[in-house]
Design a protein around this ligand. Structure first.
Ligand SMILES: [Fe+2]
Length: 302
C-alpha cells in the first residue's frame, strides 16, 4: 500500500487505492509467519493446520532442499521474507548458523521443553525431533551378532557387503563427525577408508535404496536413518513390508557411547519480519499438543 500511494499521486490512482483498500485491510491486519522448510514429515500438514487454528497466525511455506534454502537465504540477505528455517540434521543447522542466518531466541518455554543437548546454547536453533543412524543386516547373509557398532563396518570380513549413500550427504558427514569426536581424526579416517573398502557398489540413492538393496541381497549390510525403516514397516505395499521382514535393525554401540542420534530442528532468521509469530511457532512445535498430533499421525498411518 505504501508504495502505491508514493507512486500514484493522480486522482485515478487515489480512487483505485480506495477501491482496493477494503480487500487489503484484512491481510495487513492478519498475523502471519513465513517458513522455509526442507522437512517432509507426513505430520507437518496437520501441525501447520493445528497451529493456524489455535493461534490465528497464518503460515506461508516455501519448501525446498535444505542446502538450497540456505543458499537462497544467504542471497536474499536482509530482504528475505523468511522468518524460520526448518530443516533436518544438526549439520545443516550448523551450516545456517555458520552463515550467520539465525538470531538468538530467549524463550523459557523452549528451554524448559527441549533438553540442552538438543538445542543451540544461545538459542540460535532448537531440535524438535530425533532420528537414529542405524545399521540393518540381511538376516540370511550376515550374522547380526557380529555387528554391534559403527566400528564393525570397517571390518575386512564385510568386504563387498556394505550399502550406504554418498559420503557427501549430511547424514554421513554428521556420522563421520561423531566418529572424529569419539576416536580422533586419524582413527576416524582409517575407519572411513575401511568402510569404503567394504562397499558392495558405488554409493547411489537415498537411505531407502540402501535398505531395499540389502533386502534384495545386493549387500548384507545397509546404513540408514531409523524413520526410513519405520516408513517401510508402516507401508501399505506388501513389497515394502517384505524388505522390513528381511532385515534385522541394529542400534549400534549400545555397550559404549550409544547410537548416533541426529535431529530435525529450526531457528528464527536474523531478518525475520515476524519475530513474535516465529517464536510462537517454535513454541508450538515443542508443545504437548504438537507432540500428541505427531504421535497420533504415526499410529494412524495404517
Ligand atoms: Fe531423511
Amino acid at each position: 500500500m505504501r508504495s502505491f500511494f508514493q507512486n500514484g499521486s493522480n486522482r485515478l490512482a487515489a480512487v483505485m487505492g480506495l477501491m482496493i483498500l477494503p480487500f487489503l485491510i484484512p491481510d495487513l491486519a492478519a498475523q502471519e509467519v513465513n517458513i522455509y522448510s526442507s522437512r517432509h514429515y507426513q505430520t507437518d500438514e496437520r501441525l501447520y493446520e493445528d497451529f493456524e487454528k489455535a493461534t490465528g497466525i497464518r503460515i506461508n511455506r516455501l519448501e525446498g532442499e535444505g542446502d538450497a534454502l540456505i543458499a537462497r537465504l544467504k542471497q536474499e540477505g536482509r530482504n528475505s521474507p523468511a522468518d524460520i528455517l526448518l530443516t533436518v540434521d544438526a549439520g545443516r543447522l550448523w551450516r545456517a548458523e555458520d552463515a550467520g542466518l539465525f538470531q538468538p531466541i530467549a524463550s523459557d518455554e523452549l528451554t524448559a521443553k527441549i533438553p540442552a543437548h538438543l538445542r543451540h546454547p544461545d538459542g540460535l536453533w532448537f531440535g524438535f525431533s530425533s532420528r537414529a543412524r542405524m545399521i540393518f543386516v540381511n538376516r540370511d547373509l550376515a550374522d547380526p551378532a557380529l555387528i554391534t557398532g559403527y566400528e564393525d563396518l570397517a571390518d575386512p570380513r564385510w568386504k563387498g557387503q556394505i550399502c550406504i549413500r554418498s559420503s557427501s550427504n549430511i547424514y554421513n558427514l554428521s556420522l563421520m563427525a561423531s566418529m572424529i569426536a569419539h576416536h580422533g581424526e586419524a582413527d576416524a579416517l582409517a575407519w572411513a577408508k575401511g568402510v569404503v573398502a567394504n562397499f558392495a557398489r558405488p554409493p547411489q540413492g537415498g537411505d531407502t535404496d540402501q535398505l531395499r538393496a540389502a533386502a534384495a541381497g545386493e549387500c548384507a549390510i545397509a546404513v540408514a536413518n531409523s524413520y526410513y525403516f519405520a516408513r517401510l514397516m508402516l507401508s501399505e505395499d506388501q513389497a515394502d513390508r517384505e524388505v522390513v521382514a528381511q532385515l534385522v535393525p541394529i542400534f549400534p554401540n549400545q555397550d559404549g557411547r550409544g547410537t548416533h542420534v541426529n535431529i530435525s530442528g529450526a531457528g528464527v532468521l536474523k531478518y525475520a519480519p515476524h519475530q513474535k509469530e516465529a517464536i510462537a511457532f517454535l513454541e508450538y512445535l515443542a508443545s504437548d499438543s504438537a507432540r500428541f498430533i505427531s504421535r497420533q499421525a504415526i499410529m494412524n498411518i495404517r
